[in-house]
Ligand binder design. Structure first.
Ligand code: GYE
Length: 304
């Protein structure tokens, strides 16, 4: 009988994937895209979900380090607080890829690459719809209510910056109030509803919401307070979930800026390239578009 070689049997690389939460169907689609492409690429996947708890997520990554996985993918909840755990990964020679939100670190060598949308471009696209919509409207001042996601996250900051940059071209436009909806439907419902009942609230022409889940909460609050979304107030939202595309076709939403969760191919492509010895670009942007009345009949099936 043949001799068993005494060299170590090569195993499929083991990838630890730390996801930040399950707050939206966008997030679930993001998880599914990465996991399924990893499996197609013959990687072993260890998956942990932190359910929007930063301490839990740091612990999940430490667990992957102690398991000596071959590479770690992190979809971070918050921007800050990553240095120490990433240094531990580096000491253990485990490469790290950041997906979706950014991390804030002075040492850029702590991760191989960041793969995700350009949040600033998304904000620009939202602003472009707003300026186009009001371009020929005879109104002296346009008040905007902005509903941002979670404080301390890069999409919240960059979607605001991009939007502000673009609307600054129309001096009638002003962000008159900003509310924080934590990227969740319930929180957004509460803050918008409270705002509408507050004696300090001002009438607004446009609601700019940083995520579809928050928009769904806001739409309910507006309707309960006899404000007709899409008519009395222009609604711009980001993500592009199936349930929001339906609201677009019903006229309750005016513009959906796509945030593409389908990043699995990009992530696995980067991992393959890394394992075959190639240098990766430090920032990899994925492609995205905008949906509105003008292309409503051409929106690809969302599946999330
Ligand atoms: O837009 C939102 C999700 O981080 C870009 O998180 C992501 C955001 C996405 O909850 O729906």
């Amino acid at each position: 009988c043949s001799k068993v070689p005494d060299t170590e049997v090569a195993h499929n690389p083991v990838i630890g994937f730390s996801q930040s939460g399950t707050e939206s169907s966008w997030r679930k689609a993001h998880t599914k895209s990465i996991k399924s492409e990893l499996k197609k690429g013959d990687y072993e996947v260890l998956y942990r979900n932190a359910f929007m708890n930063q301490e839990q997520q740091l612990q999940d990554v430490r667990t992957f380090i102690s398991y000596k996985v071959d590479l770690i993918i992190i979809a971070p909840l918050q921007e800050s607080g990553w240095d120490s755990v990433l240094r531990a990964a580096k000491r253990a020679h485990i490469p790290v890829i950041i997906v979706d939100r950014h991390i804030d670190t002075a040492d850029q060598t702590l991760f191989l690459t960041h793969i995700g949308p350009s949040f600033k471009a998304e904000g620009n696209r939202a602003g472009l719809y707003a300026t186009n919509y009001f371009a020929d409207k005879r109104i002296d001042s346009i008040n905007i209510l902005e509903l941002v996601g979670l404080s301390g996250t890069s999409p919240s900051k960059l979607r605001h910056d991009g939007f502000l940059e673009t609307i600054s071209c129309d001096h009638r436009m002003k962000i008159s109030s900003t509310l924080v909806g934590n990227y969740t439907r319930n929180k957004a419902y509460d803050v918008v509803n409270d705002y509408l009942h507050s004696p300090k609230s001002k009438p607004f022409n446009l609601l700019y919401s940083h995520s579809d889940e928050m928009t769904l909460g806001a739409l309910t609050a507006l309707k309960e307070n006899h404000i007709k979304p899409g008519h009395d107030v222009v609604i711009i939202t980001i993500d592009g979930q199936e349930n929001i595309i339906k609201k677009l076709s019903q006229g309750e939403v005016n513009c959906v800026v796509e945030c593409n969760p389908d990043v699995g191919w990009y992530v696995v492509n980067a991992i393959n390239r890394h394992f075959s010895g190639h240098q990766l670009a430090h920032e990899i942007y994925i492609s995205e578009t905008t949906f509105s009345e003008s292309n409503i009949n051409k929106i690809p099936t969302r599946n999330y």
